[in-house]
Design a protein. Structure first.
Lengths: 126, 392
């Protein structure tokens, strides 16, 4: 199971990559395997401010709809527009072209509270 | 993400009273080896998908899919009164079937509510096979036994000694023909014949739940795994994929076919579900006259006026996927006028499709409605069913 070392992880199977004060967010390969084919992604408006833990969108597979939760508080700088027509990118490249949102983190140090790769790997039993 | 529920597994033993006790089909270990993900369905542990539901769906539309449907019921009704008894129990007249023919039918309660939808096969003059849904097998068996009481007809529930496999798709015939002595080209739609498949005795039926050409194969429970293996090998060069309940659902939705528990339930009549053509109020010839059956009076009464609601197809015209239970509204109005019964993204059409109950006044093709998806009203257009039909 692909769990990149450089990322941080949440218990909701999201990953986060901190680039100074900006955070790129997506869902993990484990999540995409559990969900199956992603057929619809609902993302927040650019400019919206999210609290840590706030539901910011929805990811739908053939059989289910799952909420997405903000791993850090911050302002939405960008969302992955390609997912409107190619939701399958999330399955194909969960850590690359399938990214979900980019935030300007209110407090970048809060990323230290998230799991590292080893801890996430342990959570998913890998 | 949802975790699999812990459950006790019982091989081949009926267990429906306790939702955590799931029966495994005889082919279970093959699904495990193929990496299937499972769910509890009608008391059985069934494969939902082996990988991608969309890949499995597309395989059925373009090549073929192999389904383990051993959870379905097999109820044999035998005897001089089998035909008459089934006619009084079901909305159809199975006695009008020639030997070797089958029909879709329903069993209703006295108030017209649907107990189950099912297929009836006539394999001999006094021998019928009734195939109910897994979730309703025990109720249907009990109702049939009750409705056959006092008649010269026996009911035998062979579900736990029968495996059912289906091969569905344009390549189905090419895949199956080398494995059987039966001339598949001469087997008409909704016909069935006893034959040998992969060396095993089988009832081969040209029926299915996908909207594609295909065959359903009833074999002995213990022959299930070897028959599965033979079909998978025969299908490999044709692009056959094993398919689970996930693809089964998206396929039947595209084909406009109802699912008990979604479009059909005890509070719904066949007429509301658009299935009036399967309800035979007249016996037809031999002998002619009124076909009396449980629920007839209620259905006749419903025919006397407008239906309280009708089942329609919907195509979403804005972004969003409609799903079971979502409310339907008139555009711009807050009151719900109907409800979505099934919905998904259609792999074949590339659109979000759904079925829903709405008032007859909103049921005409082209009517613009709205489906409530997470507090937003998303435009949806009434479309004729089926959404997909195979072009020959």
């Amino acid at each position: 199971m692909d769990v990149p070392e450089a990322l941080r992880y949440t218990t909701d199977h999201e990953w986060l990559r901190l680039e100074s004060a900006e955070a790129l967010v997506g869902i993990t390969a484990y999540a995409t395997e559990e969900l199956g084919d992603i057929v619809f992604v609902e993302l927040p408006a650019v400019g919206r401010h999210l609290q840590k833990g706030e539901a910011f969108g929805v990811i739908e597979s053939v059989k289910t709809a799952s909420d997405l939760y903000a791993p850090l508080g911050g302002e939405v700088l960008a969302v992955n527009e390609a997912l409107a027509t190619q939701p399958e990118l999330v399955n194909a490249e969960p850590y690359g072209e399938g990214w979900l949102v980019r935030l300007r983190a209110d407090d970048p140090t809060a990323a230290d509270d998230l799991m590292d790769a080893a801890a996430y790997r342990a959570q998913i039993g890998g | 993400m949802a975790e699999d529920l812990p459950s006790r597994h019982v091989d081949g033993a009926a267990g429906d009273a306790d939702a955590a006790v799931l029966t495994r089909t005889p082919v279970h270990e093959r699904h495990v080896a193929l990496g299937a993900r499972f769910t509890g369905f009608g008391g059985w542990e069934m494969p939902v998908r082996y990988g991608s539901i969309i890949d499995e769906h597309r395989a059925v539309r373009s090549a073929a899919g192999l389904f383990d449907l051993s959870h379905m019921g097999e109820l044999w009704v035998n005897g001089p009164d089998a035909a008459a008894g089934l006619a009084s129990a079901l909305v159809s007249v199975p006695g009008r079937l020639a030997v070797g023919r089958a029909q879709y039918s329903l069993i209703c309660a006295p108030d017209g509510g649907v107990i189950d939808d099912l297929i009836v096969y006539r394999t001999a003059p006094e021998r019928f096979l009734v195939v109910p849904n897994a979730s309703n097998r025990e109720v249907v068996a009990a109702e049939l036994a009750s409705r056959l009481a006092g008649r010269a007809a026996e009911l035998d529930d062979e579900t736990l000694t029968t495996a059912l496999l289906a091969v569905q798709g344009p390549a189905a015939r090419a895949i199956l023909q080398p494995l059987t002595n039966l001339d598949l080209g001469s087997l008409r739609s909704y016909a069935a014949a006893e034959a040998r498949v992969a060396g095993f005795p089988a009832l081969v039926a040209r029926t299915g739940y996908t909207g594609e050409e295909g065959f359903e194969l009833f074999v002995a429970w213990d022959d299930g795994p070897a028959a599965w293996d033979a079909l998978l090998v025969a299908g490999a060069s044709h692009g056959l994929l094993p398919c689970g309940l996930g693809a089964r659902d998206t396929l039947r939705l595209e084909a406009g076919m109802p699912l008990y528990g979604n479009e059909l339930d005890r509070r719904t009549t066949p007429l509301e579900a658009g299935l009036a053509r399967f309800v035979h109020l007249e016996r037809g010839a031999d002998p002619p006259g009124v076909h009396d059956f449980v629920g007839r009076a209620a259905l006749e009464a419903q025919l006397a006026g407008p239906l309280p609601r009708e089942l329609v197809g919907l195509v979403l015209r804005d972004r969003g996927i409609a799903r079971h239970g979502y409310a339907v509204r008139h555009p711009g109005q807050p009151e719900p006028i109907g409800v979505v019964t099934s919905g998904s993204q259609s792999p074949t059409l590339g659109e979000a499709i759904a079925m829903a109950y709405v008032p007859p006044s909103a049921a005409s093709a082209g009517t613009m409605l709205a489906v409530v998806i997470r507090d937003a009203a998303v435009a949806a257009e009434v479309a004729p069913l089926p959404f997909y039909r195979r072009t020959r």
